[in-house]
Structure formats: structure tokens, C-alpha cells
Design a protein around this ligand. Structure first.
Ligand code: SF4
Length: 221
């Protein structure tokens, strides 16, 4: 069977009704960026602005992420950004629609889209954005305060997987706390960029257990 392109996969996902989030979403936020990038960034799920625009990591958090990437001489178009789930998970509280963490059944329903994305992009490194995606993709007790920027072996790509602080979390801080945590974000992206460079130079050998598997054979969670 001919392998589908990322574009074709996105078109299929646009009509996905594998979980009930399809009923409340405005748009499927499939992901965007360079389909041949060495660096894949994965957040938890789309929020209000992402749902409205169909694009991942837009709004203030997206702008901060873009800034941190640019400090590392990386433009958004040079990486690929997506999420664990592709549709916004919400609840209604006091008459207002709020974001909520995705449920396990929603994550499981959506995982094949992510596995296929990983299989098609074949990144050298994966960067989880925020604790929830790190807990799902790295290990369930991932502690962002002490493990951000650390590389772990993974079956999903040869260069390993790491996690950075979520820009929305950093935006809730002020003064020195903001500066310190924003610096962590920039520095952790720098580590991922350095890892890509080192792998390409051959100065870091991919761990034997980290060879990419065909998407249908991957076990994500
Ligand atoms: S969250 Fe994923 S599985 Fe659920 S409807 Fe959206 S694309 Fe489909």
C-alpha cells in the first residue's frame, strides 16, 4: 500500500469522529510545520484559540514558544508542532466553556493520528511541551521541575525525547520567576537543537532501542 502523505493524513483527520470531542470542536487541530523536520514538538491538546483557528500553539502561549524557538535560530516553519489530541476538550462551568484535560478514552481514540504523524515525519528528537504530554510519552511520573531538558530513550525516534515547560504556564508568572522559567524553555530547546546537530554529525549515537518502528507497531501509552 502506498504510504499516505502528512497532508493526506490531515485531510482524513479533519473528518474524524472517533471520539465525542468531534461534536463540540470548531476545527480539528492536526498540526503544522515542516513534514521533514528533525524536531517534533507535542503538546497536550488545543485550547480555545487553537480550536477557533485550527492551528496549534497560537495566541500568547504560541507567541512565547515562537520567541523561544527564534532565540535558538529556529523558525516555527522549521519544526512540526502538534498535540496528543487533535480536538479541544471542554467543560461548561458557571455558564462558561472552559478547557479540561482530555480523558483516557479520548487520548486512546486519538493516538493513531499521532503515531501516524510520528511515523511519517520520522523526527530525530521529540520535545514534549508541558507535563501532560511528558507524562504520556516519557513516563507517567514525569516531574517537570527536575526532569525538563533531560533526554530519555524512546521507541518513537532515534535521538530521544525530552520535555520543556509549557509557555502558558510560564505566562502565568511575573518578574524573576517569569524570566527564570522562560530561560529554562529557551535553554531546553537549545539542548534539543544541539542534540539534532550532534546526531547529524555522528557525535551522539542513537541508542539501539530507539530505532523508529512502523506506526502500527508502536505502543504509545
Ligand atoms: S480528538 Fe482525535 S479521536 Fe477525537 S474526534 Fe478529534 S481527531 Fe478524532
Amino acid at each position: 500500500m502506498t504510504q499516505v502523505s502528512l497532508e493526506e493524513l490531515a485531510k482524513s483527520a479533519a473528518n474524524c469522529d472517533r471520539c465525542e470531542l468531534c461534536r463540540s470542536r470548531a476545527n480539528v487541530v492536526f498540526g503544522e510545520g515542516d513534514p521533514e523536520t528533525p524536531m517534533l514538538l507535542i503538546g497536550e491538546g488545543p485550547g480555545e484559540t487553537e480550536d477557533a483557528t485550527g492551528r496549534p500553539f497560537v495566541g500568547r502561549a504560541g507567541a512565547l514558544l515562537d520567541k523561544a524557538l527564534l532565540e535558538n535560530k529556529i523558525q516555527r516553519k522549521h519544526v512540526y508542532i502538534t498535540n496528543i489530541i487533535k480536538c479541544r476538550a471542554t467543560l461548561v462551568e458557571n455558564g462558561r466553556v472552559q478547557n479540561r484535560p482530555p480523558r483516557v478514552d479520548e487520548i486512546n481514540a486519538c493516538r493513531d493520528w499521532l503515531l501516524q504523524q510520528i511515523g511519517l515525519i520520522k523526527p530525530l528528537v521529540i520535545v514534549c511541551i508541558g507535563g501532560p504530554s511528558a507524562k504520556l510519552l516519557i513516563h507517567p511520573t514525569f516531574a517537570m521541575t527536575r526532569e525538563h531538558g533531560v533526554f530519555f530513550d524512546t521507541p518513537y525516534c532515534p535521538g530521544g525525547i525530552t520535555a520543556v515547560l509549557h509557555p502558558a504556564y510560564i505566562l502565568r508568572m511575573q518578574g524573576n520567576a517569569f524570566e527564570q522559567n522562560y530561560r529554562y524553555l529557551v535553554d531546553d530547546i537549545a539542548k534539543a537543537r544541539r542534540r539534532v546537530i550532534d546526531i547529524r554529525k555522528g557525535t551522539v549515537q542513537p541508542p539501539p532501542a530507539a530505532k523508529p518502528e512502523p506506526p502500527e507497531e508502536l505502543t504509545l501509552f
